[in-house]
Design a protein around this ligand. Structure first.
Ligand code: NAP
Length: 269
């Protein structure tokens, strides 16, 4: 990493960009919000949008506009990429649980002198009827649910199922977009991609006699119906808290991100 941090020069953005010299905006993606922001910006001729995906899913939902796939090679790799590609602004619209890329983005942007717009969708909050036990991480969730009587709905993605590999007592209904490398010892796998709907979620929880749900507190609408379904059926939820992502305040929505981008570029977006 460059030891000397460059400062951001607002004059860089004072002039309206043109088709010949568009503002190059990098979106760190992997979320529905990143897709929305990319679709909005790709329609403009004064902005050139590049979306970056980690490459975890074999058939990702591809954003509109230019896309690159794969890690950058840590902070140094990302800082070099920003300079090589002459990136004017970085928008970090990654998932609330993708904390490493966000930390890297904050440091790399500072080092390369490129402004960063971080976005983090608000977490879900428990309602009056919700029965949540909040835990700090998936290991704590695994320790809590490993009981012979537990029939657990586990929908946490496929990367971190290893946290439940030692759970030999509980039974798990695992839902993922693609087949995971490992599953808990006693489990059934469903492959499916959201958004999901309340009625279908209620039916699934009933049919599988689920009596416990483990969820990351991802926020957003796409996967919220499982939380609503648990609430309707009186099923307790082990809710995994978010890791800390940024040292600076983050935008909450794509609209907030676009407002911040407007401020930086100095013209309406
Ligand atoms: P992470 O732990 O924060 O990042 C691990 C490494 O993956 C990063 O250091 C970076 O590699 C690479 N990476 C992550 N996001 C990237 C991106 N958008 N473009 C290029 N490289 C990226 O991330 P994660 O939790 O594994 O999540 C990976 C991706 O899946 C993210 O884009 C996130 O938005 C999406 N996602 C995650 C979750 C979740 O629950 N974690 C859920 C839904 C979607 P280098 O250091 O080599 O640059």
């Amino acid at each position: 990493m460059n030891s000397e941090s460059e400062t951001v020069n607002p004059m860089r953005f004072a002039q309206r960009r043109t088709v010949a010299d568009p503002a190059r905006v990098l979106i760190l993606g992997g979320t529905s919000e990143a897709l929305q922001i990319a679709a909005h910006l790709a329609a403009r001729s004064d902005v050139m949008v590049i979306s970056s995906l980690a490459g975890r899913v074999n058939q990702p939902r591809l954003p509109v506009g230019k896309v690159r796939i794969g890690g950058f090679g840590g902070v140094d790799g990302l800082a070099s990429y920003l300079k090589q590609e002459n990136i004017a602004v970085v928008i970090d619209a990654t998932h609330p649980f993708a904390s490493r890329i966000s930390r890297n983005a904050e440091i790399a942007c500072q080092s390369a002198g490129v402004p960063l717009i971080p976005m983090e969708r608000p977490p879900w909050q428990p309602g009056e009827r919700d029965r949540w036990v909040t835990v700090p991480d998936l290991q704590a969730a695994a320790a809590l649910v490993n009981n012979q009587a537990s029939r657990v709905f586990l929908s946490i993605g496929r990367q971190e199922l290893g946290a439940f590999s030692g759970c030999s007592s509980a039974w798990f209904l695992v839902r993922a977009i693609e087949r995971p490398d490992e599953l808990p010892p006693k489990s059934k796998l469903i492959l499916n991609r959201g958004p999901f709907h309340l009625e279908a979620e209620i039916q699934m929880l009933r049919e599988e006699s689920i009596n416990l749900l483990v969820s990351k507190n991802s926020g957003g609408n796409a996967t919220y119906p499982k939380i609503q379904a648990a609430s309707e059926l009186g099923i307790p939820v082990v809710m995994v808290d978010r890791p800390a992502k940024y040292t600076v305040p983050a935008a909450a929505t794509p609209a907030d991100v676009l407002l911040k981008l407007e401020e930086l570029l100095g013209y309406p977006i």
